[in-house]
Design a protein around this ligand. Structure first.
Ligand code: AGP
Length: 615
């Protein structure tokens, strides 16, 4: 997820674009750049690092007077964060300048064709391919920029929000949208462009939000001309009057980043699947894994090292890998692993899971594993992070920046990537049949929609939260794939509401914890359809017999548990292996609402930090 900003009008473009990028840094912050045209020449400045680094670099080279400009703050998908991969990107002739938020899935094929036509590429990005494709189409068809963008996008597969201008006609900016957000701020003979309205809300509250497959030519002296790319027809796009303030818009209108990120999970999983889960072709594409497939296939075991929520994702992966790929998996707290002098064989494969990519214990565990000759594979959410750079290979989750300290969309996108890895390995090993493999591909494709359905229970969950808010302690129980979900649910409650909570395997109650059960103890049980559903029902009956207050997560339509529990929260039916991706949703919302009702600082809970970069 990246942030794009643009301006054309009579004001100075630079401060508008620069401050606009600062407001969009929550969308990505590994590199940034701005291009300005002063009427005579282009001034381009881009750099690895945050927007402040860009401001310093631009100041050093001198900022021109310019009334047209575009800028970008990057969340790397193709090409590591460095100066040359930063946006804006210019075409080979230098005439066209473009910024892009999204992923061009067929960029490699397009790049090959352009190279055959003599185009030279300086970066590893899909965006540089796009700006040169537009140039090639413009040249060969002898059309204006707007038409060239329209024709070029017909050849593009993937997601984009783009802004592009032509130095030879600096009185217009062309924008287009598919899959990534793009807002147009409409002023008096001036236009603003941005990924959301925060960069221009102080200048105008008149906005056009482009829909998918729409583009617009923003030319000074006339109204925005919006076009439907599918129908190839002009649209009278409705101008909306915005009533939000800056902070609300950064949070997408949600009260907290955590709630926004809980609701972003369908999109985050879609973005993580994009270009990788291809059911129609019957394949999973993971280049990092493909480059090391023999090491994985010959591994006698897989070690998973992580901390916190990422460790819980690793526990889910243990069930998936062992059931599907039949490879022994051991999941270790990185902090324990790094100091207990573990046995690490050179044919071991270690998977390191980390949202931030900066967790000190996980980084240390990686270095220890590498020193023993193990292959280390990273599952990270921050491109170019320390862990991403230290591991031998890896796959990024495309969750976008996770601002809330309590991890939510990182957890579900980590499980998503780990599921793809396990499924691809199982197929390569022949430990699952082609038909079972294909069935899993289609089932995974449904997950974003199933999470949307789970989110629809938010109001019910909020009511149940009001009955838990005075609890001093809580127990979370689950079995099989949902035992790690119980641990994760307990962690969510602890870290944002400060209520003590413990997660246990449901069957473990009899071995001690059941002594805790009384009428004051809420017990959250994940009791969805599974191989051991009847056993979980028995566990619920044991708790009920001791007057425990039971909140159960059940498969939609369940009537058995509904007759036993004090409250049920329904989630859509899924396969057992996919169930953590939906059962975790109500537990995230439950902890969120309890914390809000207690007046906690949900996005920045006490004593915590988003990334634990110290031991
Ligand atoms: C999760 O809600 C916590 N914020 C914390 O446990 C976190 O998962 C842990 O610190 C690991 O962080 P990482 O994924 O960035 O390595």
């Amino acid at each position: 997820m990246c942030g794009i900003v643009g301006y054309i009008g009579s004001k100075e473009a630079y401060p508008i674009v620069l401050n606009g990028l600062r407001r969009l840094e929550y969308r990505g912050y590994d590199s940034a750049g701005i291009a300005l045209f002063d009427g005579a020449q282009l001034h381009l400045c881009k750099t690895k690092g945050k927007v402040n680094a860009l401001a310093e670099k631009f100041a050093a080279q001198g900022v021109p007077q310019a009334q047209i400009g575009i800028g970008h703050t990057r969340w790397a998908t193709h090409g590591v964060p460095n100066d040359v991969n930063s946006h804006p990107h210019t075409s080979n002739s230098g005439a066209l300048i473009l910024v892009h938020n999204g992923i061009i899935e067929n960029y490699a094929a397009l790049k090959t064709v352009l190279q055959q036509r003599g185009y030279v590429f300086h970066s590893d990005t899909d965006t540089e391919v796009l700006v040169n494709l537009i140039e090639e189409v413009k040249k060969t068809n002898n059309v204006k920029l707007g038409k060239a963008v329209q024709l070029a996008l017909k050849e593009v597969e993937g997601a984009y929000a783009i802004a592009v201008f032509d130095q030879s006609k600096p009185n217009e900016i062309v924008v287009a949208k598919l899959g990534s957000p793009l807002a147009i701020g409409v002023g008096t003979d001036e236009f603003f462009i941005a990924s959301d309205a925060t960069p221009f809300i102080e200048f105008t509250n008149q906005a056009i939000y482009l829909e998918d497959h729409e583009m617009a030519v923003l030319r000074l002296g006339r109204e925005a001309r919006v076009r439907d790319l599918k129908k190839d027809a002009r649209l009278d796009s409705a101008i909306q009057e915005l009533s939000l303030n800056v902070e609300q818009i950064e949070k997408g209108g949600y009260e907290h980043f955590m709630l926004k990120e809980i609701y972003e999970q369908p999109r985050a999983i879609l973005d993580t699947f994009r270009g990788r889960l291809l059911p129609e072709e019957g394949i999973i594409k993971l280049s990092g894994l493909e480059n090391h497939m023999s090491r994985f296939l010959n591994a006698e075991r897989i070690l998973i090292v992580a901390c916190g929520t990422s460790w819980h994702a690793g526990l889910v992966a243990e069930y998936i890998f062992e059931e599907w790929a039949r490879i022994p998996v051991e999941v270790e707290y990185a902090s324990e692993f790094r100091y207990r002098n573990p046995i690490i064989n050179k044919n071991d494969v270690v998977i390191a899971i980390s949202q931030s990519g900066e967790t000190a214990d996980t980084l240390a565990a990686i270095k220890l594993a590498k020193s023993h000759g193990a292959l280390v594979y990273g599952v990270c959410n921050v491109a170019g992070s320390s862990i991403a750079r230290e591991t031998d290979a890896g796959s990024y989750t495309h969750a976008g920046p996770e601002i809330g300290v309590a991890s939510t969309k990182a957890f579900t996108t980590q499980i998503t990537i780990l599921t793809l890895i396990a499924l691809k390995l199982a197929k390569e090993k022949g430990s699952i049949s082609q038909s079972v493999y294909q069935q899993h591909l289609y089932e995974l494709q449904q997950i974003p929609q199933l999470i949307e359905e789970a989110l629809a229970s938010d109001a019910t969950i909020k009511k149940i939260a009001s009955e838990m808010v005075m609890a001093q302690h809580a127990l979370y129980l689950g079995r099989g794939y949902n035992f790690p979900v119980a641990l994760e649910g307990a962690l969510k409650l602890k870290e944002i509401s400060y209520i003590h909570a413990e997660g246990y395997p449901a069957a473990e109650m009899k071995h001690g914890p059941i002594a805790l059960i009384d009428a004051q103890m809420p017990v959250v049980v994940v009791a969805v359809n599974s191989n051991h559903y009847d056993k979980v029902v028995s566990n619920i009956e044991e708790i009920k017999a001791r007057k425990g207050r039971i909140i159960a997560i059940v498969t939609a339509g369940d009537s058995v548990v509904k007759g036993l529990a004090d409250h049920v929260i329904e989630v859509p039916k899924t396969t057992e292996a996919s169930s953590p991706l939906v059962t975790t949703i109500p537990l995230q919302l439950l902890s969120y609402h309890i914390a809000v009702m207690l007046g906690r600082n949900v996005d920045q809970p006490r004593n915590l930090a988003k990334s634990v970069t110290v031991e």
